[in-house]
Design a protein around this ligand. Structure first.
Ligand code: TV7
Ligand code: CA
Ligand code: ZN
Length: 393
């Protein structure tokens, strides 16, 4: 008896496809699609499937992918093979076509299926929202925020978020995009650079020369030249190593609170990249499952239609913890679930500790030094408050 019940008049839908999870980027590549299987198994072990509408998502069609991506790029993506390409003259050119086939964005078996399944889940989630069948729709297989119109980037080939937001824009005047992945949400920002109907906000580690992708400075707020309606509609929160739950919560609440008030979105799309957690293989922050989840809780409390996307996350046991806790927040059972992992959780040994909320000491041994002075965080909030004077709903 899990004690998880379905709240009346409040719907959460969960979109996934096991076929997506079986793909491999390569042995040493940090992106592990099986982290989705691990997450789902923990979510189901807690009995949360009984509190949601569960859907096996379909693959997005070529036309759906082409709502954002160029057909040149899609055609190439649909035909490239993982096999070693013939070493003809063209292939000796170190410039990769559409940035495909390098170590970050390798060509692997079933790549096109993987991409279209990720986008299919995100689109299904968006359609459950626009048809008002769901209040919150979850697509942990999406959130691939770096992909560009005609270019793969940073483990991302198809920008499922942009495709889903374009669908929301058919029904809603304004969409707020929030990105708590440790990396800058550059692909989504760029896609909506010239519209005032989408405001993008990314919190990320910023170090232009040493951390990918190097963009997302505080004063990168959309092209200010011309008469660009999208000017001021990109918000960037550049952070340093070691930020804590308490600091992140303060920033998130004050920044998102002000933006909701000023921009008055009709829906929220939240990318929940779990590489901002402490102990992530690529991340640099000290966030715990509780602090990461607090962002989801804040967005839910705004009371607007909400899509939750996945994203980064390179220590699978912690990804599974965060997305399980965030699923519980979505369905509203976070105060009723046990902090001790269910006895019958598959792959229980993957988790090392049998708690949903490991302490920083359990995760790291010793926490990473916090390089975010309070004064700098205040300056960031101040800059964004000033930026928002130019934003009118
Ligand atoms: C959304 N960091 C994606 C984040 C994308 C980050 C990068 C790696 C990496 C790739 C590997 C690998 C790695 C240990 C880490 C400038 C480079 C440096 C490749 C070795 N190990 C998201 C992308 C980022 C691939 N890329 O936001 C195969 O780290 O920094 C870079 C670029 C050139 C390429 N090299 C890294 O979370 C989903 N890549 C091991 C094997
Ligand atoms: Ca981010
Ligand atoms: Zn990331």
């Amino acid at each position: 008896e899990s004690g998880i019940t379905r709240p009346k008049g409040y719907n959460v839908s969960f979109h996934c496809n096991p076929d997506m999870e079986k793909h491999h980027f390569g042995m040493t590549h940090p992106m592990k699609p099986w982290r989705l299987t691990l997450s789902k198994s923990l979510i189901y072990s807690y009995g949360m499937s009984f509190a949601m509408d569960n859907y096996i998502s379909r693959a997005a069609t070529y036309e759906e992918l082409a709502s954002f991506h160029s057909t040149d790029y899609l055609d190439f993506l649909g035909t490239v093979l993982p096999e070693p390409v013939p070493r003809d003259l063209e292939n000796q050119n170190p410039d990769l076509k559409f940035n495909l086939g390098g170590s970050d964005c390798p060509l692997f078996d079933g790549l096109y299926d993987y991409c279209s399944l990720s986008a299919g889940g995100a689109l299904d989630a968006a359609r459950k929202i626009t048809s008002k069948q769901s209040d919150i729709a979850i697509a942990w297989g999406g959130g691939l925020h770096h992909a560009k119109k005609a270019e793969a980037s940073g483990f991302c080939y198809i920008n499922d978020i942009v495709i889903a937001i374009l669908e929301l824009l058919r029904f809603y005047p304004r969409v707020l995009y929030i990105d708590i992945d440790v990396h800058h949400g550059d692909g989504v920002e760029e896609a909506f650079f010239s519209t005032d109907r989408v405001m993008t906000v990314s919190f990320h580690k910023y170090d232009p020369h040493n951390f990918f992708p190097g963009t997302g400075a505080l004063d990168d707020n959309g092209p200010k030249n011309e008469h660009n309606p999208g000017a001021h509609h990109a918000v960037n929160v550049p952070l340093n190593d070691g930020i804590t739950d308490e600091q992140y919560d303060m920033l998130f609440n004050s920044i998102i609170g002000k933006i909701v008030e000023k921009f008055r979105p009709s829906a929220i799309a939240l990318q929940c990249g779990a590489d901002s957690l402490a102990g992530d293989r690529l991340g640099r922050f000290n966030l715990q499952v509780q602090g990461h989840g607090a962002c989801v809780e804040f967005c839910k409390k705004v009371g607007l239609p909400l899509i939750l996307f996945g994203g980064g996350g390179y220590t699978p046991r912690n990804v599974a913890r965060a997305w399980t806790y965030e699923t519980s927040i979505a369905v509203g059972c976070q105060d009723n679930i046990s902090p001790v992992l269910p006895q019958h959780t598959p792959w229980r040994e993957q988790f090392r500790q049998d708690t949903l909320f490991p302490t920083l000491e359990q995760i790291l041994g010793e926490p990473r030094q916090n390089r975010n002075p309070q004064k700098r965080l205040q300056e960031i909030v101040q800059h964004i408050s000033e930026q928002l004077r130019f934003v009118q709903a």
